[in-house]
Design a protein around this ligand. Structure first.
Ligand code: NDP
Ligand code: 8X3
Length: 250
């Protein structure tokens, strides 16, 4: 039975991937900062598979290494890493942006993804097999107004996804990205600092992707035969045509 480590498993896309992978019989290492949610997930998913949890902030390089090396023997093999933890913080023109938001996005979405990968890769290399799924975004393919630094962080994920695939070629480690468009999660609530009304407006007037839509794609990537690697996938809801064009109130 394969083991998958999922960052950002306490909400949205990561949580849906945890449920999908659990349903498919994968063993789970679920990561996040909110311990109550991690405990709740462990309780629920333990009914269908083996689960362990790791609580750490992806920004803290030492804690990331500590967490991964704390895994006991039964979870020491990591076959699949889903680099999903991340968020947008703020939506402001560049001249009005808050540097604290910029730090958060670059530290979590870019450096955090690198720290987790750095901690897990030695295991995959020693096993001579593995799969890394990076959660990018359409924001990593096309910049939108006021998206500046969030889009930069996701363009960096796009570059890192390509870089990983080049450098790990020949190691039997598959590397690929899913780049979703608008998905209804807690994403906009975090972006707008807890303003639920403003957040829910983002998803009004059309049918956005659900986290489960993305989770099914992640499972599709995992369940391909070993010689098949989905390298880079963009998925949007039918009402979305680009980062900026969404058919609202059709
Ligand atoms: P959510 O806000 O619902 O989930 C974000 C997850 O990331 C949470 O589980 C959170 O866990 C975790 N996380 C955030 N910061 C940290 C941190 N510093 N350390 C550890 N974990 C952290 O958003 P989504 O599910 O939508 O987002 C998941 C990924 O999908 C992100 O990378 C996002 O950029 C990407 N994405 C989202 C889209 C959307 O429209 N929703 C579209 C395209 C991509 P906790 O708070 O417990 O630490
Ligand atoms: C999340 C999608 O368009 O809100 O990456 O940036 S978007």
């Amino acid at each position: 039975m394969k083991t998958a480590m999922i960052t950002g498993a306490t909400s949205g896309i990561g949580k849906a991937i945890a449920y999908e992978f659990g349903k498919q019989g994968l063993r789970l290492i679920l990561c996040g900062r909110r311990s109550e949610r991690l405990e709740e997930l462990k309780k629920e998913l333990s009914a269908i598979t083996e689960v362990t949890t790791l609580r750490f902030d992806v920004r803290d390089r030492e804690k990331v290494l500590e967490a991964v090396s704390s895994l006991d023997d039964s979870f020491s093999t990591i076959d699949i890493l889903v680099n999903n933890a991340g968020n947008a913080h703020g939506l402001d023109p560049i001249d009005e942006g808050n540097p604290d938001d910029w730090d958060a996005m670059m530290d979590i979405n870019v450096k955090g993804l690198l720290y987790v990968t750095h901690a897990v890769l030695p295991k995959m290399k020693a096993q001579k097999s593995g799969q890394i799924i990076n959660i990018g975004s359409t924001a990593g393919k096309e910049v939108y107004p006021k998206g500046n630094v969030y889009c930069a962080s996701k363009h960096a994920v796009d570059a890192i996804n390509q870089g990983m695939r080049l450098d790990l070629n020949g190691t039997n480690i598959r590397v690929g990205a899913i780049n979703p468009g608008l998905v209804e999660t807690e994403f906009s609530e975090v972006r707008f600092k807890g303003d639920k009304e403003k957040a829910s407006k983002v998803y009004e007037g059309y049918t956005p992707l659900s986290p489960e839509d993305v989770a099914e794609i992640a499972w599709f990537m995992v369940s391909r035969p070993p010689h098949v690697n989905i390298a880079d996938l963009v998925v949007m809801c039918t009402d979305q045509a680009s980062s900026t064009i969404v058919n609202k109130n059709p």
